[in-house]
Design a protein around this ligand. Structure first.
Ligand code: KE4
Length: 430
Protein backbone atom coordinates (compact mmCIF):
# COMPACT_ATOMS: atom_id res chain seq x y z
CA UNK A 1 0.00 0.00 0.00
CA UNK A 2 1.26 3.47 -0.87
CA UNK A 3 1.69 5.94 1.99
CA UNK A 4 -0.20 9.21 1.63
CA UNK A 5 0.86 10.48 5.06
CA UNK A 6 2.26 13.87 4.04
CA UNK A 7 -0.81 14.57 1.89
CA UNK A 8 -3.02 13.66 4.85
CA UNK A 9 -1.21 16.10 7.11
CA UNK A 10 -1.36 18.88 4.52
CA UNK A 11 -5.05 18.18 3.86
CA UNK A 12 -5.85 18.29 7.59
CA UNK A 13 -4.33 21.77 7.82
CA UNK A 14 -5.87 22.90 4.52
CA UNK A 15 -9.36 21.99 5.73
CA UNK A 16 -9.06 24.41 8.64
CA UNK A 17 -8.45 27.41 6.38
CA UNK A 18 -9.73 26.53 2.86
CA UNK A 19 -13.35 25.40 2.23
CA UNK A 20 -13.21 21.61 1.93
CA UNK A 21 -9.41 21.93 1.94
CA UNK A 22 -9.34 22.59 -1.80
CA UNK A 23 -9.53 25.54 -4.16
CA UNK A 24 -11.82 23.71 -6.55
CA UNK A 25 -14.46 21.19 -5.39
CA UNK A 26 -13.82 18.30 -7.76
CA UNK A 27 -10.22 18.07 -6.45
CA UNK A 28 -11.57 17.03 -3.05
CA UNK A 29 -12.05 13.44 -4.30
CA UNK A 30 -15.24 13.17 -2.24
CA UNK A 31 -17.01 10.99 -4.79
CA UNK A 32 -14.23 8.38 -4.78
CA UNK A 33 -14.06 7.98 -1.01
CA UNK A 34 -10.59 9.28 -0.31
CA UNK A 35 -8.71 12.45 0.51
CA UNK A 36 -6.86 14.33 -2.23
CA UNK A 37 -3.14 13.90 -2.80
CA UNK A 38 -0.97 17.00 -2.62
CA UNK A 39 1.31 17.18 -5.64
CA UNK A 40 4.98 17.99 -5.14
CA UNK A 41 6.09 18.21 -8.79
CA UNK A 42 5.28 17.03 -12.29
CA UNK A 43 7.25 16.38 -15.46
CA UNK A 44 6.17 14.86 -18.75
CA UNK A 45 3.42 12.31 -18.15
CA UNK A 46 4.30 11.89 -14.46
CA UNK A 47 3.20 13.43 -11.18
CA UNK A 48 5.01 13.02 -7.85
CA UNK A 49 2.94 13.54 -4.70
CA UNK A 50 4.03 14.95 -1.33
CA UNK A 51 4.93 11.44 -0.17
CA UNK A 52 7.15 10.79 -3.18
CA UNK A 53 4.69 8.45 -4.94
CA UNK A 54 4.95 8.65 -8.74
CA UNK A 55 1.89 8.39 -10.99
CA UNK A 56 1.09 8.39 -14.68
CA UNK A 57 -1.15 11.46 -14.94
CA UNK A 58 -4.38 11.46 -16.99
CA UNK A 59 -5.81 14.68 -15.53
CA UNK A 60 -3.10 16.96 -16.92
CA UNK A 61 -4.41 19.80 -14.75
CA UNK A 62 -7.91 19.07 -16.25
CA UNK A 63 -6.72 19.58 -19.81
CA UNK A 64 -4.04 22.30 -20.13
CA UNK A 65 -1.02 19.99 -20.09
CA UNK A 66 -1.34 18.63 -23.64
CA UNK A 67 2.47 18.76 -24.01
CA UNK A 68 2.96 17.02 -20.68
CA UNK A 69 4.16 18.76 -17.52
CA UNK A 70 7.16 21.12 -17.33
CA UNK A 71 7.73 21.10 -21.09
CA UNK A 72 11.16 22.75 -21.68
CA UNK A 73 9.77 25.17 -24.31
CA UNK A 74 7.10 26.41 -21.88
CA UNK A 75 9.49 26.73 -18.94
CA UNK A 76 11.99 28.61 -21.12
CA UNK A 77 9.30 30.97 -22.44
CA UNK A 78 8.10 31.82 -18.92
CA UNK A 79 11.66 32.34 -17.64
CA UNK A 80 12.41 34.71 -20.53
CA UNK A 81 9.40 36.89 -19.70
CA UNK A 82 10.11 36.78 -15.96
CA UNK A 83 13.19 38.94 -16.66
CA UNK A 84 10.83 41.65 -18.03
CA UNK A 85 8.48 41.54 -15.05
CA UNK A 86 5.30 39.67 -14.15
CA UNK A 87 2.35 42.00 -14.79
CA UNK A 88 1.93 45.53 -16.10
CA UNK A 89 -1.81 46.13 -16.41
CA UNK A 90 -1.03 47.50 -19.85
CA UNK A 91 -0.85 45.98 -23.34
CA UNK A 92 2.19 43.84 -24.16
CA UNK A 93 3.38 42.37 -27.47
CA UNK A 94 2.71 38.83 -26.22
CA UNK A 95 -1.07 39.45 -26.13
CA UNK A 96 -1.01 40.29 -29.83
CA UNK A 97 1.14 37.25 -30.58
CA UNK A 98 -1.17 34.82 -28.77
CA UNK A 99 -4.29 36.40 -30.28
CA UNK A 100 -2.77 36.00 -33.74
CA UNK A 101 -1.81 32.35 -33.10
CA UNK A 102 -5.37 31.52 -32.00
CA UNK A 103 -7.10 33.39 -34.84
CA UNK A 104 -4.79 31.78 -37.42
CA UNK A 105 -5.95 28.36 -36.22
CA UNK A 106 -9.65 28.99 -35.81
CA UNK A 107 -11.24 30.37 -39.03
CA UNK A 108 -14.47 31.37 -37.23
CA UNK A 109 -12.52 33.94 -35.22
CA UNK A 110 -11.79 37.48 -36.40
CA UNK A 111 -11.27 39.02 -32.94
CA UNK A 112 -10.54 37.56 -29.51
CA UNK A 113 -10.43 38.85 -25.94
CA UNK A 114 -8.17 37.30 -23.30
CA UNK A 115 -9.56 36.65 -19.80
CA UNK A 116 -8.32 34.56 -16.89
CA UNK A 117 -10.42 31.41 -16.90
CA UNK A 118 -12.87 29.35 -18.91
CA UNK A 119 -15.65 30.57 -16.64
CA UNK A 120 -14.85 34.18 -17.49
CA UNK A 121 -14.73 33.31 -21.19
CA UNK A 122 -18.13 31.60 -21.21
CA UNK A 123 -19.89 34.16 -19.02
CA UNK A 124 -18.54 37.00 -21.15
CA UNK A 125 -19.59 35.30 -24.37
CA UNK A 126 -23.20 34.98 -23.23
CA UNK A 127 -23.17 38.61 -22.03
CA UNK A 128 -22.11 39.69 -25.51
CA UNK A 129 -24.81 37.50 -27.06
CA UNK A 130 -27.46 38.97 -24.74
CA UNK A 131 -26.19 42.51 -25.35
CA UNK A 132 -26.19 42.03 -29.10
CA UNK A 133 -29.58 40.35 -29.45
CA UNK A 134 -31.39 42.18 -26.65
CA UNK A 135 -32.67 38.76 -25.59
CA UNK A 136 -32.15 37.06 -22.19
CA UNK A 137 -32.71 33.34 -22.65
CA UNK A 138 -29.74 31.03 -23.04
CA UNK A 139 -29.92 27.35 -23.95
CA UNK A 140 -27.35 24.93 -22.52
CA UNK A 141 -27.34 21.13 -22.32
CA UNK A 142 -27.66 18.75 -19.37
CA UNK A 143 -24.28 17.56 -18.16
CA UNK A 144 -22.37 20.29 -19.94
CA UNK A 145 -20.27 22.55 -17.74
CA UNK A 146 -19.32 26.07 -18.76
CA UNK A 147 -17.76 27.21 -15.49
CA UNK A 148 -19.43 28.45 -12.33
CA UNK A 149 -21.09 31.70 -13.50
CA UNK A 150 -24.66 31.97 -12.20
CA UNK A 151 -26.39 31.34 -15.52
CA UNK A 152 -24.63 28.02 -16.04
CA UNK A 153 -25.35 26.31 -12.73
CA UNK A 154 -28.37 24.50 -14.09
CA UNK A 155 -28.05 20.74 -14.65
CA UNK A 156 -24.30 21.30 -14.94
CA UNK A 157 -21.66 18.63 -15.30
CA UNK A 158 -18.16 18.29 -13.80
CA UNK A 159 -17.96 19.06 -10.10
CA UNK A 160 -21.65 20.04 -9.90
CA UNK A 161 -22.65 16.57 -11.12
CA UNK A 162 -19.88 14.89 -9.13
CA UNK A 163 -21.11 16.37 -5.87
CA UNK A 164 -24.74 15.79 -6.85
CA UNK A 165 -25.56 19.47 -6.40
CA UNK A 166 -28.87 20.16 -8.20
CA UNK A 167 -28.10 23.77 -9.03
CA UNK A 168 -26.45 25.94 -6.44
CA UNK A 169 -27.78 28.03 -3.55
CA UNK A 170 -26.95 31.68 -4.06
CA UNK A 171 -28.07 31.76 -7.68
CA UNK A 172 -31.21 33.91 -7.91
CA UNK A 173 -34.27 32.30 -9.49
CA UNK A 174 -34.50 35.42 -11.66
CA UNK A 175 -31.16 34.48 -13.21
CA UNK A 176 -31.69 30.79 -13.83
CA UNK A 177 -35.20 31.41 -15.10
CA UNK A 178 -33.44 32.63 -18.25
CA UNK A 179 -31.47 29.40 -18.63
CA UNK A 180 -32.97 26.40 -20.42
CA UNK A 181 -31.04 23.15 -20.12
CA UNK A 182 -31.96 20.51 -22.68
CA UNK A 183 -30.84 16.88 -23.13
CA UNK A 184 -27.47 16.71 -24.96
CA UNK A 185 -27.67 15.06 -28.39
CA UNK A 186 -31.50 15.25 -28.39
CA UNK A 187 -32.10 16.88 -31.78
CA UNK A 188 -35.88 16.59 -31.60
CA UNK A 189 -36.25 18.31 -28.23
CA UNK A 190 -33.88 21.09 -29.23
CA UNK A 191 -35.66 21.69 -32.54
CA UNK A 192 -39.09 21.81 -30.94
CA UNK A 193 -37.90 24.18 -28.18
CA UNK A 194 -36.40 26.48 -30.80
CA UNK A 195 -39.62 26.38 -32.84
CA UNK A 196 -41.51 27.53 -29.75
CA UNK A 197 -38.99 29.93 -28.21
CA UNK A 198 -36.24 30.51 -30.77
CA UNK A 199 -37.07 34.19 -31.16
CA UNK A 200 -36.34 34.81 -27.48
CA UNK A 201 -33.07 32.84 -27.35
CA UNK A 202 -29.93 35.00 -27.09
CA UNK A 203 -27.47 32.13 -27.27
CA UNK A 204 -27.10 28.38 -27.46
CA UNK A 205 -23.91 27.33 -25.69
CA UNK A 206 -22.58 23.81 -26.09
CA UNK A 207 -19.53 21.69 -25.43
CA UNK A 208 -19.05 20.42 -29.02
CA UNK A 209 -17.60 17.30 -27.44
CA UNK A 210 -18.93 16.89 -23.91
CA UNK A 211 -16.14 16.29 -21.38
CA UNK A 212 -17.96 17.10 -18.15
CA UNK A 213 -20.34 14.17 -17.95
CA UNK A 214 -17.55 11.76 -18.70
CA UNK A 215 -16.73 11.84 -22.43
CA UNK A 216 -19.78 12.05 -24.72
CA UNK A 217 -19.28 12.73 -28.45
CA UNK A 218 -21.85 14.76 -30.40
CA UNK A 219 -24.42 12.55 -32.14
CA UNK A 220 -24.62 12.58 -35.93
CA UNK A 221 -26.35 15.81 -36.97
CA UNK A 222 -26.54 17.31 -33.47
CA UNK A 223 -24.05 20.15 -33.96
CA UNK A 224 -25.32 20.73 -37.49
CA UNK A 225 -28.85 21.16 -36.11
CA UNK A 226 -27.65 23.66 -33.50
CA UNK A 227 -25.96 25.60 -36.31
CA UNK A 228 -29.04 25.56 -38.54
CA UNK A 229 -31.62 26.43 -35.87
CA UNK A 230 -29.58 29.22 -34.24
CA UNK A 231 -29.09 30.80 -37.68
CA UNK A 232 -32.81 30.46 -38.37
CA UNK A 233 -33.85 32.28 -35.19
CA UNK A 234 -30.98 34.77 -34.90
CA UNK A 235 -29.55 33.18 -31.74
CA UNK A 236 -25.78 33.21 -31.20
CA UNK A 237 -24.18 29.76 -31.40
CA UNK A 238 -21.36 29.54 -28.86
CA UNK A 239 -18.93 26.59 -28.92
CA UNK A 240 -17.41 26.19 -25.49
CA UNK A 241 -14.01 24.87 -26.56
CA UNK A 242 -12.36 25.43 -23.19
CA UNK A 243 -11.63 21.70 -23.10
CA UNK A 244 -11.72 20.74 -26.81
CA UNK A 245 -9.87 23.79 -28.17
CA UNK A 246 -6.47 22.80 -29.59
CA UNK A 247 -7.09 19.39 -27.99
CA UNK A 248 -9.28 17.33 -30.37
CA UNK A 249 -7.69 18.95 -33.46
CA UNK A 250 -5.37 21.85 -34.28
CA UNK A 251 -8.45 24.05 -34.75
CA UNK A 252 -10.52 22.36 -32.05
CA UNK A 253 -13.88 20.65 -32.38
CA UNK A 254 -15.09 23.21 -34.92
CA UNK A 255 -12.35 22.00 -37.26
CA UNK A 256 -12.99 18.33 -36.47
CA UNK A 257 -16.73 18.62 -37.20
CA UNK A 258 -16.43 21.41 -39.78
CA UNK A 259 -18.99 23.67 -38.10
CA UNK A 260 -18.50 27.41 -37.76
CA UNK A 261 -20.02 28.78 -34.51
CA UNK A 262 -20.69 32.50 -34.06
CA UNK A 263 -18.54 32.67 -30.92
CA UNK A 264 -15.97 30.37 -29.32
CA UNK A 265 -14.63 30.11 -25.79
CA UNK A 266 -11.18 28.82 -24.89
CA UNK A 267 -9.16 28.06 -21.76
CA UNK A 268 -6.83 25.38 -20.41
CA UNK A 269 -4.40 24.62 -23.32
CA UNK A 270 -4.47 28.24 -24.50
CA UNK A 271 -2.70 29.20 -21.27
CA UNK A 272 -0.31 26.25 -21.19
CA UNK A 273 -1.07 25.72 -17.50
CA UNK A 274 -1.18 29.39 -16.51
CA UNK A 275 -4.53 31.18 -15.95
CA UNK A 276 -5.87 32.10 -19.38
CA UNK A 277 -9.33 32.05 -20.91
CA UNK A 278 -10.40 33.67 -24.15
CA UNK A 279 -13.59 34.34 -26.11
CA UNK A 280 -13.92 35.46 -29.69
CA UNK A 281 -15.95 35.56 -32.85
CA UNK A 282 -16.70 37.58 -35.95
CA UNK A 283 -15.81 41.29 -36.05
CA UNK A 284 -19.46 42.39 -35.92
CA UNK A 285 -19.97 40.40 -32.72
CA UNK A 286 -16.71 41.32 -30.96
CA UNK A 287 -17.29 44.98 -31.89
CA UNK A 288 -19.88 44.87 -29.09
CA UNK A 289 -17.14 44.42 -26.46
CA UNK A 290 -15.93 47.47 -24.50
CA UNK A 291 -14.15 49.72 -25.19
CA UNK A 292 -15.07 49.19 -28.87
CA UNK A 293 -18.70 48.58 -27.99
CA UNK A 294 -21.08 48.84 -25.03
CA UNK A 295 -20.82 45.33 -23.51
CA UNK A 296 -18.55 45.63 -20.50
CA UNK A 297 -15.97 43.01 -19.50
CA UNK A 298 -12.60 43.59 -17.84
CA UNK A 299 -9.80 41.96 -15.86
CA UNK A 300 -6.73 43.12 -13.97
CA UNK A 301 -4.62 40.18 -15.06
CA UNK A 302 -6.16 39.59 -18.48
CA UNK A 303 -3.37 39.12 -21.03
CA UNK A 304 -0.83 38.58 -18.26
CA UNK A 305 2.60 38.36 -19.95
CA UNK A 306 3.71 35.16 -18.16
CA UNK A 307 0.44 33.43 -19.07
CA UNK A 308 0.66 34.67 -22.65
CA UNK A 309 4.19 33.30 -22.94
CA UNK A 310 3.09 29.88 -21.67
CA UNK A 311 0.14 29.84 -24.08
CA UNK A 312 2.27 30.88 -27.06
CA UNK A 313 4.92 28.24 -26.35
CA UNK A 314 2.26 25.55 -25.92
CA UNK A 315 0.35 26.38 -29.10
CA UNK A 316 3.60 26.54 -31.08
CA UNK A 317 4.60 23.07 -29.86
CA UNK A 318 1.23 21.64 -30.93
CA UNK A 319 1.92 22.88 -34.48
CA UNK A 320 4.95 20.61 -34.83
CA UNK A 321 4.14 18.31 -37.80
CA UNK A 322 2.63 15.02 -36.66
CA UNK A 323 1.73 16.29 -33.18
CA UNK A 324 -1.96 15.38 -33.41
CA UNK A 325 -1.34 12.16 -35.32
CA UNK A 326 0.91 10.91 -32.54
CA UNK A 327 -1.65 11.97 -29.92
CA UNK A 328 -4.39 10.18 -31.86
CA UNK A 329 -2.33 6.97 -31.97
CA UNK A 330 -1.54 6.99 -28.25
CA UNK A 331 -5.16 7.79 -27.35
CA UNK A 332 -6.54 5.05 -29.61
CA UNK A 333 -4.10 2.61 -28.00
CA UNK A 334 -5.36 3.57 -24.54
CA UNK A 335 -9.05 3.32 -25.49
CA UNK A 336 -8.58 -0.06 -27.21
CA UNK A 337 -6.60 -1.33 -24.23
CA UNK A 338 -9.27 -0.26 -21.74
CA UNK A 339 -11.99 -1.89 -23.86
CA UNK A 340 -9.93 -5.10 -24.00
CA UNK A 341 -9.37 -5.01 -20.23
CA UNK A 342 -13.13 -4.72 -19.66
CA UNK A 343 -13.87 -7.51 -22.14
CA UNK A 344 -11.40 -10.07 -20.77
CA UNK A 345 -12.46 -9.38 -17.19
CA UNK A 346 -16.16 -9.56 -18.04
CA UNK A 347 -16.67 -5.98 -16.84
CA UNK A 348 -19.70 -4.04 -18.10
CA UNK A 349 -18.01 -0.90 -19.40
CA UNK A 350 -18.29 1.57 -22.26
CA UNK A 351 -15.28 3.52 -23.55
CA UNK A 352 -15.95 6.76 -25.45
CA UNK A 353 -13.19 8.71 -27.17
CA UNK A 354 -12.70 11.82 -29.29
CA UNK A 355 -9.05 12.55 -30.01
CA UNK A 356 -7.09 12.56 -26.75
CA UNK A 357 -10.20 12.80 -24.57
CA UNK A 358 -11.27 9.40 -23.26
CA UNK A 359 -14.16 8.34 -21.02
CA UNK A 360 -14.74 4.99 -19.28
CA UNK A 361 -18.25 4.33 -17.94
CA UNK A 362 -19.22 1.29 -15.87
CA UNK A 363 -22.48 0.63 -17.65
CA UNK A 364 -23.65 -1.82 -20.30
CA UNK A 365 -25.47 0.71 -22.47
CA UNK A 366 -24.19 3.27 -24.95
CA UNK A 367 -23.48 6.65 -23.32
CA UNK A 368 -24.81 9.46 -25.50
CA UNK A 369 -26.26 11.79 -22.86
CA UNK A 370 -26.04 12.81 -19.22
CA UNK A 371 -28.96 10.47 -18.43
CA UNK A 372 -27.00 7.59 -19.99
CA UNK A 373 -23.85 8.60 -18.08
CA UNK A 374 -25.82 8.52 -14.84
CA UNK A 375 -26.60 4.82 -15.34
CA UNK A 376 -22.94 4.13 -14.55
CA UNK A 377 -22.06 2.20 -11.40
CA UNK A 378 -20.55 5.00 -9.30
CA UNK A 379 -19.54 2.61 -6.53
CA UNK A 380 -17.56 0.55 -9.03
CA UNK A 381 -15.98 3.70 -10.44
CA UNK A 382 -14.91 4.75 -6.95
CA UNK A 383 -13.26 1.38 -6.24
CA UNK A 384 -11.66 1.41 -9.71
CA UNK A 385 -10.27 4.91 -9.05
CA UNK A 386 -8.71 3.99 -5.70
CA UNK A 387 -7.21 0.75 -7.01
CA UNK A 388 -5.80 2.38 -10.13
CA UNK A 389 -4.19 5.02 -7.91
CA UNK A 390 -2.61 2.21 -5.91
CA UNK A 391 -1.23 0.88 -9.20
CA UNK A 392 0.32 4.30 -9.95
CA UNK A 393 -2.35 5.58 -12.34
CA UNK A 394 -3.76 9.03 -11.56
CA UNK A 395 -7.28 9.40 -13.01
CA UNK A 396 -9.91 12.11 -12.68
CA UNK A 397 -11.67 11.43 -9.34
CA UNK A 398 -15.13 11.43 -10.88
CA UNK A 399 -17.20 9.39 -13.30
CA UNK A 400 -18.27 12.73 -14.79
CA UNK A 401 -14.87 13.80 -16.03
CA UNK A 402 -12.71 12.83 -19.02
CA UNK A 403 -9.17 11.45 -19.23
CA UNK A 404 -6.58 13.47 -21.11
CA UNK A 405 -3.69 11.91 -23.03
CA UNK A 406 -0.68 14.18 -23.56
CA UNK A 407 2.16 14.17 -26.07
CA UNK A 408 4.36 12.98 -23.21
CA UNK A 409 2.46 9.70 -22.69
CA UNK A 410 4.64 6.91 -24.11
CA UNK A 411 3.55 3.46 -25.29
CA UNK A 412 5.05 2.17 -22.04
CA UNK A 413 2.80 4.55 -20.05
CA UNK A 414 -0.26 3.43 -22.02
CA UNK A 415 0.58 -0.26 -21.71
CA UNK A 416 1.24 0.11 -17.96
CA UNK A 417 -2.15 1.80 -17.64
CA UNK A 418 -3.91 -0.98 -19.54
CA UNK A 419 -2.11 -3.62 -17.48
CA UNK A 420 -3.22 -1.87 -14.27
CA UNK A 421 -6.80 -1.69 -15.54
CA UNK A 422 -6.77 -5.45 -16.27
CA UNK A 423 -5.43 -6.20 -12.77
CA UNK A 424 -7.91 -3.89 -11.05
CA UNK A 425 -10.95 -5.02 -13.06
CA UNK A 426 -10.01 -8.65 -12.41
CA UNK A 427 -9.98 -7.92 -8.68
CA UNK A 428 -13.26 -5.99 -8.85
CA UNK A 429 -14.94 -8.75 -10.86
CA UNK A 430 -14.38 -11.31 -8.07
P1 KE4 B 1 -12.39 27.26 -15.59
O1 KE4 B 1 -13.16 28.46 -15.06
O2 KE4 B 1 -12.35 26.12 -14.59
O3 KE4 B 1 -11.02 27.63 -16.14
O4 KE4 B 1 -13.16 26.72 -16.88
C1 KE4 B 1 -14.52 26.39 -16.76
C2 KE4 B 1 -14.89 25.43 -17.88
C3 KE4 B 1 -15.60 25.91 -18.96
N1 KE4 B 1 -15.95 25.10 -19.99
C4 KE4 B 1 -15.58 23.80 -19.99
C5 KE4 B 1 -15.98 22.93 -21.15
C6 KE4 B 1 -14.84 23.25 -18.91
O5 KE4 B 1 -14.49 21.93 -18.93
C7 KE4 B 1 -14.48 24.08 -17.84
C8 KE4 B 1 -13.72 23.56 -16.62
N2 KE4 B 1 -13.47 22.17 -16.57
C9 KE4 B 1 -13.35 21.59 -15.24
C10 KE4 B 1 -13.01 20.11 -15.41
N3 KE4 B 1 -14.02 19.38 -16.05
C11 KE4 B 1 -12.38 22.30 -14.39
C12 KE4 B 1 -11.92 21.53 -13.18
C13 KE4 B 1 -12.34 22.20 -11.89
O6 KE4 B 1 -13.48 22.73 -11.83
O7 KE4 B 1 -11.52 22.17 -10.95
Amino acid sequence: MKSYQKSAELFKKAQTIIPGGVNSPVRACRSVGMDPLFIEKAMGSKLVDADGNEFIDYIGSWGPMILGHSHPAVIKAIEAVLKRGTSFGAPVDLEVELAELIIDRVPALEKIRMVNSGTEAAMSAIRVARGMTGRNTIVKFDGCYHGHADSFLVAAGSGVATLGIAGSPGVPESVISHTMSLPYNDIETFTSVMQKSGDSVAAVIVEPVAGNMGLVPPAEGFLETLRKETARYGAVLIFDEVMTGFRVAAGGAQELFNIEPDMSCFGKIVGGGLPVGAYGGRNDIMAQVAPEGPVYQAGTLSGNPLAMAAGIATLKETMVPGFYDALEKASARLAAGLEKAAEITGTKAVVNRVGSMVGLFFTDQPVNSFEDAKTSDLEKFSAYYRNMLEMGIYLAPSQFEALFVSAAHTDEDIDATVFAAKEVLTELSK
